[in-house]
Design a binder for this molecule. Sequence first.
Ligand code: ADP
Ligand code: ZN
Ligand code: ZN
Length: 828
Amino acid sequence: MPLFCDVALAVPLDMVFTYAVPPGMEPVVGGRVLVPFRQQRMSGIVVELHDRPPQVKTKKVIEALDLSPVLDEQLLKLGKWIADYYLAPMGEVFRTMLPLSAEFKRSVAYRITDQGRLALHLAGMSGSPARSKRTPEQQLVEFRVLDYLAEREGVREERLRGATRGAKTLLAGMVQKKWIAREDVSAARDAARLVKVAVLLGAEASPPLDGPEARPHTGSAKTLNANQLALIEALAASGGRVPVESLRGLDVPRTTLGTLVRRGLIKLVDEPQCFTTSKLKPRQSPFEFEFSAAQKEALAKIGEAVGSRKFAGLLLHGITGSGKTAVYLACMRQVLEQGRSSILLVPEIGLTPAVAADLHQVFGDEVAILHSGLSDAERAEQWHRIRRGAARVVAGTRSAVFAPVSDLALIIVDEEQDSSYKQEETPRYHARDVAVMRAKMAGAVVVLGSATPSLESYYNAKKNKYALVELPDRVEMRPLPEVEIIDMRQEFQETGQEQVISRKLAEEIRERLEKKEQVMVLLNRRGYSPVVLCRACGKTLQCKNCAVSMTHHKRERKMECHYCGHVERIPDKCVHCGSEYVYFVGTGSEKLEELLHGMFPQARIGRLDRDTVRGREDFEHALNALNEGALDMLVGTQMIAKGHDIHGVTLVGVVGADMALGLPDFRAAERTFQLLTQVAGRAGRGQSPGKVVLQTYFQEHYAVQFAARHDFAGFYEKELQFRAWMHYPPYSAIANVLIRSEKLDDALTWSGELGRWFEKTRHEGIRVLGPAAAPITRLKRDYRYHFILKSPSREKMNALLRAMLAEAAVRKIPRTQVIVDVDAVWLM
Ligand code: ADP
Ligand code: ZN
Ligand code: ZN
């Protein structure tokens, strides 16, 4: 065995750490080890085994956690590429790639023994556990511990102590008495997550626990008390099989279940938790209809590329409603039939439940789903299923690009332009670009799909880096909706007041409601009013942590900062001058819903935004309601614009989607064009044609004009020109370097120092803008200054950034306060 290993640890330092391998221990490259680091133990990934003695004294590896790699050669290589490309510490990259953090925590769990159950039972009858020398308080705590454990399996120490206030010594005493058992749950478990299920045994009850002491009270069903009866009835009513967790809703004491188990009427079994599938009803199966000629051609092209077993990139540009999803599913099915694996990335799985439903319908158990709504344990479970080869069809959000599939044949990136593919924390990778790189390394095919491709991808397709595949028409030749632009400045002049809903939009809505058709209204801003303004001094209410206005939330009666989450009371006086003339200005989705209620009191209106959607369930609920005709109208933020396919919607009203055009961000036009196109695409997906009423204050802006005409090519040509002039992507690589500190002085000094350094070392061809105050000058308490780098050569840019980080280290600027964002998507 080699004497040393180099370990990547998830710490913000751009280096790996060398440890000595004790004799007899066998760590593997790509496997995890537990090592001492500063005063702690940390797990990291072994990146190299070698015999080169390091300069400094090394510490020893504590434990090798894996017998075989958790990151295979390809994923290790991909991780190193990410670390290099995005200038991120390798250990932090690996941590992002592996969803196994839950398995690193070493901990202890307790379970109740048969003796413990007996003690509990006796206590239940006599009011106190068997006679003892312990104080009544102690006995009470013991009772609580037994009671708590009686219906649970393997409760972790922290949770048990939290729930029962049992001291460690008390638990140790109970272990000695053999009432409870203690076990180590730290070992990585490659097992599906189990849940306790209560099963009603009915007449053919099996004999209860062995041993006379365990069944002091065996009796027939006739002697059941009210609680026991209630529980049994509830079980019977739900088919005789119910997770124990869901029996908690019943108003019966905890011990009842235990008693029934002892009496042999119910048994408890461990069952793998059914993989939480989507509740949205799947659509028509994608294989029930005849594919259009364009769909067939797309499928053939992708199939051919997959068959060649070489890397290929394809851009699937299909207008809204052209049937891209069916093409994805058909490709994935082909790949699965060949026994190979595929990955489908979606921007936000919670927001595209339909995809999950479709996948389950087509692939059943072969599907694994990875997204941010899963707990650590659930994510680990999915990860293990994929690695075992039990699931070869993977769908998920950003980090699913790291799914440990073998024999990867195809990665599909749906809505490839979506900014949620970019991670806004270290490592700041872009999942679409990582997908392309992974496909290259694996000799696989990557398909980027969109109705509104990003400028970067469109440009790459034009340069023949990707093959362009188009679905130019909607399925069954349905027409794209007609778009009518309403100039809101003119509306103001004609009506003499600021309108939220124009006369034209109101009229169109009324018409649809009369015809029993459905309406969606987009306002891309949540809350009630975005600004609180003082008429006396003209100041607004700002967040105390950020340089942004607080938003008024009427129903929840609070002011909230949408950047840091800070919450305050609703002010009745100006915080600056004390004046009582404070006004709530502007409209958010909450107020829009209220306004629409006022105008159309008969209509059933739902709202979708981050305030009404807490989890995936809420989202599916609202969409199902619309789908089934239980709602007439749905208002919401950009959430309503993405991907849904609801056939009854014939009118889309856009009340506010062009706010971004006022922001200092070179992608504003692109984002606005994409959002408008996406939301317009929700109209007319069924039999009746759709219409869009687009209200705007920027009516002559080209993003608005091209979106209204569904003219993708026109928009791209114009936007590419602008990017070329301004040296923005795709013509230049860009990076955003952000210097932040809670102390204004530090932020100023550091950015000044780095500014002078950039000045001195300025490289040929690389433009460095800054330092300048970031558009949001203060965020989450940090003062922020930034540089924007533009360079035709990415290598040169990254070399300069690396040198800058070295300089920052020399100047003792903490690494965490200098954020390097390569290919930044968000420049605010
Ligand atoms: P996109 O993702 O391109 O906007 P979808 O994949 O959601 O479009 O498809 C739009 C609708 O058309 C869906 O209801 C889908 O089931 C249906 N569909 C797809 N292909 C066909 C086809 N060849 N014939 C009829 N309907 C189709
Ligand atoms: Zn004031
Ligand atoms: Zn804030």
